[in-house]
Design a binder for this molecule. Structure first.
Ligand SMILES: [Zn+2]
Length: 167
């Protein structure tokens, strides 16, 4: 039973990106059936996509993000901000009752710092925004400078971040 459930989940994932409308409808139906087989309440299943929108699913996704950032750090420049924002926005769209006032990134930063800063250490990710090496710290400073200039409404065309770094 367990292996056939795993096989079903793998098959659903392997067809999840199909762009054929009929296949997409079939995949939503398959997801709904899979959710029901796992004991998810019908009220917690999105009827259009078949995704599990239960509290348990939310907590699982959230915990996964917090664990990953705790372990590996966070780099807005390398797209981590976009990825967590997209994941969070997905839940805001479907379950604002869960997301209101719930800051994943703040908790992830707290977990990351508590884990890595014991005994005065810092994490080993040179591109972590909270523990950057010298080069990444310089990049973050340059980005902040450009953003401050943009915010001030400077009309003067200046060098891009990359140009400013490699002059
Ligand atoms: Zn770090």
């Amino acid at each position: 039973m367990r292996s056939s459930a795993k096989r079903a989940a793998a098959m659903i994932r392997s067809h999840a990106c199909s762009t054929d409308p009929d296949q997409r409808t079939s995949m939503a139906d398959a997801r709904i059936a899979y959710c029901l087989a796992r004991g998810v309440d019908m009220d917690d299943i999105d009827p259009a996509s078949g995704y599990d929108r239960s509290r348990r699913a939310y907590e699982s996704v959230r915990a996964s993000w917090v664990w990953n950032i705790k372990q590996h750090g966070f780099s807005g420049f390398y797209g981590d901000g976009d990825r967590i924002t997209t994941a969070y926005a997905n839940w805001v769209a479907h379950r604002p009752d869960f997301t209101t006032g719930d800051d994943w990134l703040a908790d992830a930063e707290k977990a990351h710092r508590a884990y890595w800063e014991q005994d005065g250490r810092s994490c080993t990710n040179a591109h972590c925004d909270w523990h950057p090496d010298a080069d990444h710290a310089e990049l973050l400073r340059a980005i902040a400078e450009v953003e401050a200039e943009d915010a001030a409404g400077s009309a003067e065309p200046g060098p891009g971040v990359q140009d400013a770094l490699f002059d």
